[in-house]
Structure formats: C-alpha cells, structure tokens
Write a protein that binds this ligand. Structure first.
Ligand code: NAP
Ligand code: GDD
Length: 361
C-alpha cells in the first residue's frame, strides 16, 4: 500500500469525490480543498467525512479551505500537507455559464493552475502535478480528436482550459517539473452537477414520472459528445500521474452520441417518447457551440494500458436508476407510473415561448 499524500483541489465536485475514493482505496493520505461557500454542500464526500475521524492528525481523509483565486490559501494548502501529488480539479466547469462569467472563469481556471504551479516550483519539491484539461479545448476541430489535434476553443471556458494546458506544459519544459495534462472527454455519473445536460435529463425524467415536472427545457440537441463514466476516468488520471515521465493524454470512450440520442435512450428506459416532453428554449443555447467530440484515446490505451469499463448504455441506465432511486422508485415502478403519461398523439398546447421539439426544425 502507498504512503503517498495527495492534494485534490475541488474535492467536493463530481471527479474529486471519485478520485478521493480511488486514492483512499490505494492507501493514500488524501487532503482535499473546498471553498468557504462549498462547505455546507459536501454531499459527494459526506460518506468519506463520516468514515474518518478528522480530529485524528493521522486521519487519511481531511478537507481544508482553499480558493484558487486566493494565492495565500493555495500556498497554505501545499505547505500544510506537503503533497507527493497534486490533482488540480477545481474549476468553474460549466461551459455555458462561462459565456456570462468569463472573467471569473479565466481567473479560476487559467490563473488558478498558474498559482499552484508557481507555488510548487518555488518549493523545489518533486511534487507531481495533474491538470484537469478538457476536450472542450478542441472546440471546432473536427473529430476524431487526439493529442495532435489543434485546439480551437469556442468558449471562455475552452480558452481558460487551453491556457492552463499550456501553462502546465511550460512548467514541464522550462523547469523540468512533473506536470501533466489529462485531456478528458465528457464524463458523467449519478454525481454529475444538476445543470449538465445528461444529469438534467435523467433527473428530469425522474421528476416527469412522479408528476413534479411536465416538460423539460433544453437547448441544442444536435451536439455530439463522447460520454464516459467519471469513475473509470479517475483510474486513468491516476495512471497518468504514475507514469514514469510527465506527458499529456486524451481520455475518452471513442464512442459518440448526440443529445437527441441520449434523450431517446434514457426516456425509452421507462417506455416514454422524449418528443412528448422536451421543449427547445433559446436561453439554453450557447453563443458558440462545440459541435462534435469523439476522442481517440489510443495513446492512453497503448502507454497506460487504460480503457473504459462502462458503456454508454450502462451509463444511461446507472444515471437514470440513481435519480429514480432518489425518488423512491425502481426502473420497474417508474415504468408503471409512466404508462399514464404516454401520449396517444402530440396535440398538447404549448406556452408561446417554447417550441415542442417534434415541431422544431
Ligand atoms: P465540478 O463537479 O464542477 O467540480 C469542480 C469543483 O471545483 C467544485 O467542487 C467547485 O467547488 C470547485 N471550485 C470552483 N471554483 C473554485 C475556486 N475558485 N477555488 C477552489 N475550488 C473551486 O467539476 P467536475 O466535473 O468534477 O470536473 C473536475 C475538473 O475536470 C474540472 O476542472 C473540469 O473543468 C474538468 N473536466 C471535467 C470534465 C467532465 O466531463 N466532468 C471533462 C474535462 C475536464 P464549489 O462546489 O464550491 O463550486
Ligand atoms: N448544460 C446544458 N444544459 N447543456 C445543454 C442543454 C442544457 O439545457 N441543452 C443542450 N445542451 C448541450 C450543450 O449545448 C452542449 O452541446 C452539450 O449539451 C453538453 O453540455 P454540458 O453537459 O453542459 O457539457 P459540455 O460538453 O458543455 O462541458 C462538459 O464537458 C467538458 C469536456 O468536453 C463539462 O463537464 C466541462 O467542464 C468539460 O470540460
């Protein structure tokens, strides 16, 4: 078992929670940063907080306060836990919202990594640094995308992640630091934030089945994404950091589906036709879109021996089951409830500001 210490920024996020579980299972001492405002919202790691006694100085799992916009808090976190490995997962991670909060997105996602890298450089320690880079950096570059594909970011988020990608490389090249990038394609789970499209859909279906919601409003349904399971991807990033030399890797399933496909494949699990429930609203469309993501993860397969375990269909099922379970339902009981919702024909009256997808061009 390892005696290493890992510092995970953004531990209360989707990926942070899965990575913490993985590293604890490997014997690591795990320290994770949360922001002041996140503290009451630690649902994804509450099971870990309960399992370990934080008052014990040797406790393998502890949270600490740090904000990537506050360099003193970044330094404190690094000085206090003296990590062997830093996994920088903290970010303003919503692409759509980055068009509204561009400045803070750049501040957190681009300057935040710089603050960590600069602090690590000054300590002179041999700490390994992992940067959570993103397929959003490929933007308008046509699929399939791999490590050689040009970056053409389409959003402030994409630009912020591209900047952080290059800052990570610069620290590797200029100072010989062990600084690596994982270029991860979309990965989802029952712990996915509520305003990302997959979770919005599976939670929406659960609310429709229980009668709490009648319709689900979405934006562009034509975009395609290479969706994997977040748990599988944490194993990949751990392998990136364990590799004998720092490098950059694409992590993806090599399978792509449109939002429309995801709607069809999840609504059909409870025998419903998504066309009867989904509305298209302009407010969920973005000023610029990344039309199609499909990763080529052959380098990770070849060098790291990594491949995803969970299929797209298993992911759809896992996410919907979890959202149904939160409402006291199983897939079977949801199907029974859904029978009453099946529409014989699409003759419903829609509010003036929404267009039923079946009629939208
Ligand atoms: P997430 O659920 O949104 O988690 C991000 C975490 O960062 C949150 O816990 C958030 O804390 C924290 N954070 C935000 N601003 C911060 C700041 N100023 N200082 C410190 N912490 C801050 O995102 P995720 O899906 O787990 O993704 C993890 C990382 O991978 C992100 O960097 C994301 O951009 C990147 N990524 C994700 C995907 C994907 O498909 N999931 C793909 C490629 C790359 P609060 O709870 O306080 O907001
Ligand atoms: N969020 C959201 N909400 N997206 C919608 C909606 C909606 O109502 N309707 C359609 N979409 C479309 C978006 O326009 C986009 O094309 C696609 O669904 C996926 O959107 P998100 O789930 O928000 O993910 P993303 O691809 O923009 O970004 C995620 O993946 C990146 C990696 O490629 C995030 O996790 C990023 O942090 C990550 O870097």
């Amino acid at each position: 078992m390892s005696k290493k210490t890992a510092l995970i920024t953004g531990i209360a996020g989707q990926d942070g929670s899965y990575l913490a579980e993985l590293l604890l299972s490997k014997g690591y001492t795990v320290r994770g940063t949360v922001r002041r405002a996140s503290y009451p919202h630690t649902e994804r790691v509450d099971h870990l907080l309960k399992a370990y006694d934080e008052r014990d100085p040797q406790c393998p799992f502890k949270l600490m306060y740090a904000d990537l916009t506050d360099v003193s808090s970044v330094r404190n976190a690094i000085e206090e836990c003296q990590p062997d490995e830093v996994y920088n997962l903290a970010a303003q991670s919503h692409v759509g919202i980055s068009f509204i909060t561009g400045e803070s997105t750049l501040e957190i996602n681009a300057l935040g990594p710089y603050r960590i890298l600069d602090t690590l450089r000054r300590t002179g320690a041999k700490t390994r640094y992992y940067q959570a880079s993103s397929s959003e950096m490929f933007g308008a570059s046509p699929p399939p995308q791999n490590e050689s594909t040009p970056f053409l970011p389409q959003s402030p988020y994409g630009v912020s992640k591209t900047t952080a990608f290059y800052l990570t490389r610069v620290h590797r090249v200029a100072y010989g630091m062990f600084a690596c990038n994982g270029i991860l394609f979309n990965h989802e789970s029952p712990r996915r934030g509520l305003n990302f499209v997959t979770r919005k859909i599976t939670r929406g279906i659960a609310s429709i089945v229980t009668g709490e919601m009648q319709t689900l409003a979405l934006g562009n349904l034509d975009a395609k994404r290479d969706w994997g399971f977040a748990g599988d991807y944490m194993e990949a990033i751990w392998r990136i950091v364990q590799h004998h030399e720092p490098d950059d890797f694409v992590i993806a399933t090599e399978d792509t589906h449109s939002i429309r496909d995801f709607l069809k494949d999840t609504f059909s699990l409870v025998d419903l036709d998504w066309n009867d429930f989904v509305m298209c609203e302009d407010r969920y469309k973005r000023p610029a879109e990344v039309p199609a993501l499909l990763g080529d993860a052959s380098k990770a397969r070849r060098i790291l021996g990594w491949k995803p375990k969970t299929t797209y269909r298993e992911l759809c099922q896992m996410m919907l089951e979890s959202d149904l379970r939160a409402k006291g339902l199983t897939m079977e009981s949801a199907r029974v409830l859904a029978q009453k919702l099946r529409k014989p024909s699409r003759t419903r009256a829609y509010p003036a500001n929404v267009v039923p997808m079946a009629k939208a061009s």
